[in-house]
Design a protein. Structure first.
Length: 412
């Protein structure tokens, strides 16, 4: 469903990595005459929503049908004619591939041609392939607002018609791989790989820290123990945690809240040239803000925004007066109640988990075990009815593991 999407003449307010392409699963709208060639066309990974809005009218005049096959992009510059295929995308998700025409405009913006080189796009100070809404949501770009001045609540870069959404096997909003088929032959985005000597200096004693460029695999393989005066070694996973991150780990819930380390600490080079020192743990991703006086020395990434959840659980609820059993958070429009509230309060609260970003929702493991979940900025709480009243009936999801699995860097 669409969240805060503006299209010409109407405002609609409603509510992520494929590895292989399976041609037998490609779905082509009836109006398409042939399968476009995706080779050499530009491809980016963006956050996608289900369009919904059955019975509404798209920006090109199409009346939305149940199980419709089309997408919306946040620039009218890539809008096909009614029933036309002038602009099409190929979407990949968890091994399934679908081709669909662009028949609507959104989410969030109407002039964000983020697939074009920075010099040719409306938001020329953003890297190619990064939607303005994503930059606003994740990094506070434009003070966290879209082009119309609205607070961006999620990092959407594409809306997906209900039929296309179903063909991809999607059940929740998530990151997808999108190929913009009309860009075939356009120059590919140049990889940003500045020389190591041009990057900010690493902390003293940690000069051997590996450097990972955007899109490359983090250092996940087990290694030997390093200098014990600088690191704590976890033989169970074969990774070293620098002392400064270890101090945070010990004071913010250790294994139960953060989990064991599943990567080495490394310097990540982002597309815009900025760097950060990062380490993946089972449940969280920690950042060492060395040399940044504007941040605490260690912070935990807002990994909860990468977690899957039903659109119905993401929808904001009506405000109410908080009480002993339930607290309403106007910052995100969600409540925290009963057992999850007590678990949140007793294990670190806001500093450790952040605000709730969904309501509670029912979930099920692949082997059929049922549980109730709620996602926070830095965690996912899970209540297991089959352990009700026992120690450990509330656990925290392995969001760090799941994020690496989505990227294809860890086996499921």
């Amino acid at each position: 469903m669409v969240q805060g999407r503006l299209v010409p003449g109407r405002l609609i307010l409603s509510l992520a990595l494929a590895i292989s392409v399976l041609p037998s699963l490609v779905s082509i709208p009836a109006a398409a005459a042939a399968t476009p060639d995706a080779s050499s066309a530009l491809t980016f990974r963006v956050f996608g929503y289900r369009e919904g809005l059955v019975g509404g009218t798209t920006a090109n005049g199409h009346v939305i049908q149940p199980n419709d096959h089309f997408v919306a992009l946040p620039c009218a510059c890539a809008l096909s004619s009614k029933g036309g295929n002038e602009f099409q995308v190929q979407i990949e998700y968890n091994g399934k591939t679908v081709i669909a025409p662009v028949w609507d405009v959104g989410p969030w913006n109407t002039d964000d041609n983020y697939w074009d080189p920075s010099a040719n796009r409306t938001y020329s100070d953003l890297p190619q392939g990064v939607p303005e809404a994503q930059a606003a949501h994740d990094d506070g770009y434009n003070n966290g607002l879209d082009g119309s001045g609205r607070k961006v609540g999620s990092p959407g870069g594409i809306d997906i018609g209900d039929g296309t959404f179903a063909d991809l096997g999607m059940t929740d909003s998530d990151y997808v791989q999108v190929t913009f088929l009309w860009t075939k032959g356009a120059p590919a985005k140049a990889a940003f790989r500045p020389a190591l000597e041009t990057l900010p200096a690493l902390p003293s004693g940690y000069e051997d820290m590996p450097t990972v460029y955007s899109g490359d695999r983090p250092p996940l393989d087990a290694v030997d123990a390093k200098d014990p005066s600088l690191y704590h070694y976890f033989p169970l996973t074969g990774h070293n945690v620098p002392n400064v991150l270890m101090d945070y780990w010990n004071t913010h819930g250790s294994w139960s809240n953060i989990g064991l380390p599943i990567s080495e600490v490394y310097r990540q080079v982002n597309d815009d040239g900025s760097t950060r020192l990062t380490q993946f743990f089972e449940r969280q991703v920690l950042e060492w803000n060395a040399g940044d006086d504007n941040k605490p020395i260690v912070t935990s990434s807002l990994i909860g925004y990468t977690a899957s959840a039903p659109d119905s659980a993401r929808a904001r609820i009506a405000a109410f007066d908080s009480n002993d059993h339930a607290v309403y958070f106007p910052q995100t429009g969600h409540k925290l109640a009963n057992g999850f509230l007590h678990h949140w309060q007793d294990n670190g609260g806001l500093a450790t988990f952040g605000y709730p970003i969904t309501e509670e929702f029912a979930a099920e493991t692949p082997d059929g075990r049922k549980y109730v979940a709620q996602v926070f900025e830095r965690a996912r709480f899970e209540w297991w009815p089959d352990k009700a009243g026992q120690p450990g009936d509330i656990t925290q999801g392995l969001l760090g593991v799941e994020l690496l699995q989505k990227e294809g860097w860890l086996d499921k």
